[in-house]
Design a protein around this ligand. Structure first.
Ligand code: PLP
Length: 406
């Protein structure tokens, strides 16, 4: 199935708007992706016609809202290859999912002198919760290296999975370099050594088919807003036997079985990890996103983005003085770059004046910036609604930036 990008673009109302008086070129989908009409409509329809709190009411509206919410869990499970819908925990975003695992799983599993293994290319969301855990428990953080192309050094990683290593937390796709890590191979290494694996899928799920069971990991986290869904709904997948053994993350309503002043008992997963009223409408929107993506086809999305990535890489490299950070062979459609004559923030500002939205900064990956020896990069991230014309506008704006600063 091939992708009709012009038809796709018509599904995203924002792509028909202007920025700085020019048609918008949106190249910041890695930060947050735009939303198709189907998602916007599903949420407004839910608020207009079907809204009530879930899991509580005996009346029709509440029962129906609960049915719709729980149905999204089933569709999400299918979308990411989770064997059991009850392994899908709704959270706000990837950050919350990783914090949940660090608290509920990490606090029990990690003790004095244990090691938590990360990689140089992690987002702060997959660094800070582990540092906090290490501090609470007296554990040590070890970091697997990457090479000059931005590819993970698997031998070094394997050498870190020694007897003290208990958890490996690793990104599936780097938000700066675009590198796609060979998660299946990595989880096999970890499993042989009894190390639990937590995969940050924030930048993978928007671009490719993900099969959590096939990947062989223990936990997998992603954000709805990066997969063209609403902000406020994210997903943690975890193996049921692990979830069942984990204490709750937050306490309150909906996550209990019984409460008395003497003792409270916990509900089974996933309810145990969903305290309080969730972002119900965003979960409904997430369901609409998944249906939309399934309709387009993740394989068609993957193929179009790879074509576009190859085109964008070639065109960017035509610009004198431009360096691309991250040249892995297995790479998602993220292009971080430096222009010799201008700071990334200046590049971002000039591009903005041309109606081209990119990101400039450390991308919540300061240790990676340090490794690259730069304070920041400019980053253009592509999605399946981007076109060759978008890339041409980016290149033209960069040529103009060079003329201004050069
Ligand atoms: N992990 C990666 C690789 C990311 O790119 C991001 C966001 O940019 C996150 C985690 C955090 O996602 P969120 O802000 O939705 O929690």
């Amino acid at each position: 199935m091939s992708l009709d990008v012009e038809a796709v673009r018509r599904d995203f109302p924002i792509l028909a708007t202007q920025s700085r008086g020019r048609p918008l070129v949106y190249l910041d989908s890695a930060a947050s992706a735009q939303k198709p009409r189907a998602v916007i409509d599903a949420m407004s329809d839910f608020y207009a016609e079907h809204y009530a709190n879930i899991h509580r009411g005996v009346y029709q509206l509440s029962a129906e809202a609960t049915r719709r919410y729980e149905d999204v869990r089933v569709r999400v499970a299918r979308f990411v290859g989770a064997p059991d819908p009850n392994e899908i925990v709704f959270v706000r975003n990837t950050t919350e999912a990783i914090n949940l695992v660090a608290r509920s799983f990490g606090d029990v599993q990690i003790g004095e002198g244990d090691e938590i293994v990360l990689t140089t290319m992690e987002h702060h969301s997959n660094i800070v919760p582990w540092q906090q855990l290490a501090e609470r428990r007296g554990a040590t953080i070890r970091v697997a290296r990457i090479d000059d192309e931005g590819v993970l050094d698997l031998e070094h990683l394997a050498s870190l999975l020694g007897p003290r290593a208990k958890i490996l937390a690793i990104t599936h796709v780097s938000n700066v370099l675009g590198t796609i890590n060979p998660i299946r191979e990595i989880t096999a290494l970890a499993r042989e050594r009894g190390v639990a694996t937590v995969v940050d899928g924030a930048q993978a799920v928007p671009h490719q088919t993900v099969d959590v069971a096939g990947l062989g990991c223990d936990f997998y986290a992603f954000s709805g807003h990066k997969i063209f869904g609403p902000s406020g709904a994210g997903v943690l997948w975890g193996r049921m036997e692990l979830l069942e053994a984990m204490p709750p993350f937050l306490g309150g309503g909906s996550m209990i079985e019984t409460v008395s002043f003497e003792k409270t008992t916990w509900a089974k997963p996933p309810q145990r990890f969903e305290a309080g009223t969730p972002d119900i409408a965003s979960v409904i929107g997430l369901g609409a996103t998944i249906d939309y993506l399934a309709g387009i086809g993740m394989d068609a999305i993957d193929a179009w983005e790879h074509e576009l990535l190859a085109y964008a890489t070639d065109r960017l490299l035509e610009i004198p003085g431009l360096t691309i950070h991250g040249r892995a062979k297995d790479k998602a459609a993220v292009l971080s770059f430096a222009l010799d004559v201008a700071h990334p923030h200046d590049v971002g500002t000039i591009l903005d004046a041309e109606g081209v939205a990119i990101r400039a900064g450390h991308h919540c990956a300061q240790p990676l910036m340090e490794h690259l020896g730069v304070p920041a990069t400019a980053r253009a991230s592509l999605a399946f609604y981007n076109t060759r014309e978008d890339v041409d506008r980016l290149v033209a704006a960069l040529v103009k930036t060079r003329e201004l600063f050069g």
